[in-house]
Design a protein around this ligand. Structure first.
Ligand SMILES: Cc1ncc(COP(=O)(O)O)c(C=O)c1O
Ligand SMILES: [Zn+2]
Length: 441
């Protein structure tokens, strides 16, 4: 794969530039409380050479030299070896709480599933199993670069606090992202507040409590503007001084840095052009944005396909709106024409991808455009069928959200939009928690 070095951050919406050396550069300087239609993305320079990963089974160490975090740390005068050992030290703390540090997660061709979906012998489905990653999903990857940034800024005297006066971390989520954020926060003993829907209960809330997170329930208020009330309360807290510690690029751009690691990892494991398509379930969009950007930077030919459900598909709407207002590439300045909250109450068995706005839609549209990809919207019947197939034809104990990329693939197969020879990648992320395993017919 091609070697790239992060140079600066650039807002996809207003074009503002922020040097990668800027500490705590979470949001575009032009994003204001009532208008978050800005997101800083990492601009990297292609060095022209091939990238040789550092020898490590920790992907953050292996791909460190392409991370914006590494460029940020280098800008503070930190030596190369010290940057590597910084990551390894924090990873060790994470392992103490999570039972594992960050390690390459397995990816393999699922032959039974491939046969069931009638792929030819040259085609098939490759599944990356993220269910045994830190906190049971890919989410901790996004948060790890935020944590590294915070700890580095603190240790180099670049933050307006010290280890004993740390401001609270904040996140809006009651699923995998909250579990990941609370796990990382517990690893470094950093206080965290988690904004959850008023209905939240069960194993996730119990685990968050056990991890020491402060849980704040967020019923919709009569005077709330449209949008998720958990996100609204989260933003209020951030305005009051909390550190945004979530997985939406609009709130903290540094989640996009770690989000790319899984893409580089897939290319490293399978080869640059092993897959024809990568179908990724999309909620807020940071996941697909990270994989898509990694693929684009690596110069790989895999088409990024963004999967949503009929119950909530603001990205697919934005893709159409972008196409009809000037094109799907670089649509950030047309944000208000393309992306707004999904009007009806989102519902699906894949309840982790029901974000009513795809916050990172610009980067996902860019990556789909550059890779020849496209969005797909699945009927709920395919979401249910995908969950059943995942459990019947693979050994991964994945959640319905985690198998939603497979739902996208089912839908595309039934529309004859992915042929028998295609080699399709999926990420089964999000271990099954508190959901009954499907009963196969
Ligand atoms: C298992 C799983 N897959 C995919 C997603 C979607 O990620 P994003 O919100 O970054 O689009 C989520 C988000 O909660 C998730 O939990
Ligand atoms: Zn901006």
């Amino acid at each position: 794969m091609r070697a790239v070095v992060a140079g600066r951050l650039r807002c996809v919406s207003c074009g503002a530039l922020v040097p990668v050396s800027t500490a705590l550069s979470w949001r575009c300087p032009n994003a204001v409380a009532g208008d978050r239609r800005h997101v800083l993305v990492i601009e990297s320079d292609d060095s022209g050479g091939d990238f040789v990963p550092d020898d490590s089974d920790n992907p953050f160490v292996a791909f460190r030299r392409m991370l914006a975090w590494d460029a940020f740390a280098a800008s503070t005068g930190m030596a190369d070896d010290d940057r590597r050992s910084f990551i390894e030290r924090i990873d060790g703390l994470v392992a103490e709480v999570a039972g594992t540090g960050f390690r390459f997660t397995p990816v393999s061709c699922e032959s039974r599933l491939s046969d069931e979906l009638a792929f030819s012998s040259s085609g098939g489905v490759w599944v990356k199993d993220e269910t045994h990653n830190v906190a049971g999903s890919h989410k901790a990857r996004h948060l790890f670069t935020e944590l590294l940034h915070l700890l580095l800024a603190e240790s180099r005297g670049l933050a307006p606090w010290t280890a004993s006066t740390r401001p609270e971390l904040a996140i809006a989520s009651c699923g995998n992202a909250a579990m990941a954020a609370s796990t990382l926060a517990a690893a470094v003993r950093w206080p965290i507040r988690v904004f959850v829907p008023s209905s939240a209960d069960g194993v996730v809330v119990e685990t968050l409590t056990m991890l020491g997170a402060t849980i704040e329930r967020c019923p919709r208020r009569d005077d709330d503007p449209p949008g998720d009330p958990c996100v609204l309360r989260f933003r209020e807290r951030v305005a009051g001084g909390a550190v945004p510690f979530g997985v939406q690029g609009t709130e903290n751009a540094w989640c996009l840095d770690g989000g790319r690691v899984i893409g580089w990892e897939i290319i490293h494991q399978l080869g640059r052009d092993a897959l024809t398509h990568m179908v990724i379930q999309v909620g807020g969009g940071a996941f697909a944005a990270g994989i898509g950007e990694a693929f684009v930077l690596a110069g790989c030919s895999t088409a990024l396909v963004a999967a949503q459900t009929q119950g909530c598909a603001p990205l697919e709407r934005a893709w159409r709106m972008a196409a009809s207002t000037g094109g799907t590439l670089g649509a950030g300045p047309r944000w208000s024409d393309c992306m707004w909250p999904w009007e009806s109450t989102p519902t699906s068995l894949a309840d982790g991808i029901l974000d009513d706005e795809t916050y990172d839609w610009v980067e996902v549209c860019d990556a789909m455009t550059k890779t020849g990809g496209f969005p797909v919207v699945s009927p709920e019947t395919d979401v249910v069928a995908a969950y059943e197939l995942a459990h019947g034809f693979t050994s991964v104990d994945v959640s319905p959200t985690g198998s939603a990329g497979l739902a996208g693939l089912l839908t595309l197969r039934s529309l004859n939009r992915i042929d028998d020879d295609a080699r399709v990648g999926l990420v089964f992320s999000g271990i099954r928690r508190g959901v009954d395993p499907p009963t196969l017919r």
